[in-house]
Ligand binder design. Structure first.
Ligand code: FAD
Length: 500
């Protein structure tokens, strides 16, 4: 790691004594280092830290946070995983960004184990990408059970939010599939925690938006991995039928392994960077449906299988699909490897990168919508704002999941109802054009507020403390108490803009 280059003038927010610490040689003040961590995937918010730490071990992170904590004027510290936040959540203005990925470069591994009490599990660095966790566990014929749609995100980054995808209804979010963690708190203490030891810290960190500690290791639940998947999409012209079928499918025990869904319309085509599923021969039929209905809905499901179940999988699927109300004839199937299915977004990323369209602004809005109001949400948001305004560009996801798979002691916030929908408006825009899409996001939030739809933001971003208080609801007091306990000097992840 080269940390030479043009050095910025000394930032007075950092004490000079930082240069006498053991990790000083791994601290960079160069403009290039600072520029590399001041933005993120969202491309809308930047914030320059005073320095970047490329830690060689968790000990470096302990020393940095402890030093800040004991300074007369503590400075901000933010762990940066893969920088795939959308709103500057991994920045530390005037402070130090810890480039967690450098722990991997320094030899961090993924260790797969088994115990009678826990079954199979993997101990992985918080800085590991999920794709690497998948590759390493597949070598043992095993895999984590809960995923995100995209695998080039770090374990620490997704566990700080929740980690959701089409598997969540069945296996819970990623934060519900963690057995133990090593965490460095805002006081610089290195603590191992689980449901049974130091449980307050364990639950605080899961979905804790980086506010309580830096995750350096997580123990992730593994199960026997399937080898292949049947991947099916069905098209609907009626939102009520679409959601009724989604809800039915997630209610079947031991049924499907993955259920998602998306809107298909001119401004959000059936094939997009998230996944290119439909062949060119399907396109004219789909285009004609869109021109008749404006919006159509694509239900997306997966059932895993392997050699043992290869002869029965088709029959099982037929049984599961009985009584569904998709448009007759509009069912499309693929048979792919388990790895290719989980890594399905990567090829879209590579294509967009080649066209220079990956590193553009992403004014995303992700919401959890209670089931009881999803039909109102369809009319008020999908039809009346998104379709009518015709500004959207990017995939729009909508799929249900279950509250009972989440542990209420965790910091993550979800609606009160047992079934709620994950809605992802995954916009991209031209460099200076994201403002218009963000205004549309504001309009959607305002509509929900006025219509009394009790949504919760996922990957939340707010400007005022009142908004955060409203977001956390009955969890706000606990969130504040945990902050006072584990990061009393408000050092960690200030880019979330929760505490000032
Ligand atoms: P960063 O952006 O680097 O950090 C995010 C936050 O976590 C920051 O506050 C940071 O300080 C903190 N943090 C980072 N590492 C640690 C650590 N080790 N310990 C403590 N705090 C830490 N999310 C889903 O749930 N499901 C999806 O399907 C999904 N798909 C996505 C697809 C794309 C293309 C993108 C860009 C994002 C997607 N996300 C999804 C959102 C993603 O999970 C979050 O943005 C996540 O935080 C990104 O991880 P990261 O490693 O880039 O984190």
């Amino acid at each position: 790691m080269s940390i030479v280059g043009e050095v910025k003038t000394w930032n007075p927010s950092l004490p000079y004594e930082i240069l006498s610490l053991d990790f000083a040689a791994r601290l960079s003040f160069s403009s290039d280092s600072v520029a590399a961590v001041s933005g993120d995937f969202g491309g809308m918010v930047t914030g320059d830290p005073a320095a970047v730490l490329y830690p060689a071990s968790a000990g470096d992170v302990v020393e940095l946070i402890e030093f800040s904590y004991n300074s007369s004027c503590p400075f901000a510290v933010a762990a940066r995983g893969h920088g795939h936040s959308a709103r500057g959540q991994a920045t530390a203005m005037e402070g130090v960004v810890v480039d967690m990925r450098s722990l991997k470069r320094n030899g961090g591994g993924i260790r797969v184990s088994w115990s009678e009490a826990l079954g199979f599990y993997a101990d992985v660095g918080g800085y590991q990408l999920w794709v690497d966790v998948l590759r390493a566990s597949l070598e043992y014929g095993l895999a984590p059970v809960s995923w995100t749609d995209y695998l080039y995100l770090t374990v620490g980054g997704t566990l700080s939010n929740a980690g959701i995808s089409g598997q969540t209804f069945r296996y819970g979010p990623q934060i519900a599939n963690v057995l133990e963690m090593d965490v460095i708190t805002g006081k610089g203490e290195f603590i191992t925690c689980s449901k049974h030891i130091n449980s307050e810290l364990f639950f605080a960190v899961l979905g804790g938006l980086g506010q309580f500690g830096v995750i350096t290791r997580a123990r992730i639940v593994l199960q026997k991995a399937p080898t292949r998947v049947k991947w099916v999409r069905m098209l609907y012209d009626d939102f009520t039928k679409f959601t009724r079928d989604q809800e039915h499918l997630i209610s079947i025990d031991d049924g499907l392994d993955y259920v998602e869904g998306s809107l298909v319309m001119n401004q959000s085509p059936a094939n997009n960077w998230r996944s290119s599923f439909f062949s060119p021969s399907h396109q004219p039929q789909i285009a004609s449906l869109i021109s008749n209905h404006g919006i159509i809905y694509s239900l997306e499901v997966v059932k895993y299988y392997d050699d043992e179940t290869a002869t029965t999988i088709d029959e099982e699927l037929q049984e599961l699909f009985k009584g569904l109300s998709f448009i007759p004839g509009f069912v499309f199937e693929k048979d792919v490897s388990f790895f290719d299915f989980l890594n399905r977004v990567r090829s879209g990323e590579v294509k967009l990168r080649q066209k220079g369209m990956w590193d553009v602004p992403h004014p995303w809005l992700n919401l959890f919508v209670p089931k009881s109001r999803i039909l109102d949400f369809n009319v008020g948001v999908f039809v009346d704002i998104i379709l009518r305004q015709n500004k959207t560009s990017g995939p729009i996801l909508v799929y249900p999941t279950n509250k009972s798979r989440w542990d209420d002691r965790m910091s993550a916030v979800i609606p009160e109802e047992e079934t709620f929908y994950c809605v992802g408006l995954l916009h991209s825009s031209g460099v200076n054009e994201w403002g218009e899409l963000d205004s549309q996001n504001e309009e959607i939030l305002k509509y929900c507020d006025e219509a009394g739809i009790k949504i919760k933001q996922y990957l939340p971003h707010y400007k005022t403390e009142e908004d955060w208080e409203k977001h956390f609801g009955k969890k706000w007091k606990t969130f504040q108490q945990r902050k006072a306990l584990f990061d009393p000097k408000l050092i960690l992840s200030p880019g979330q803009r929760i505490f000032s």
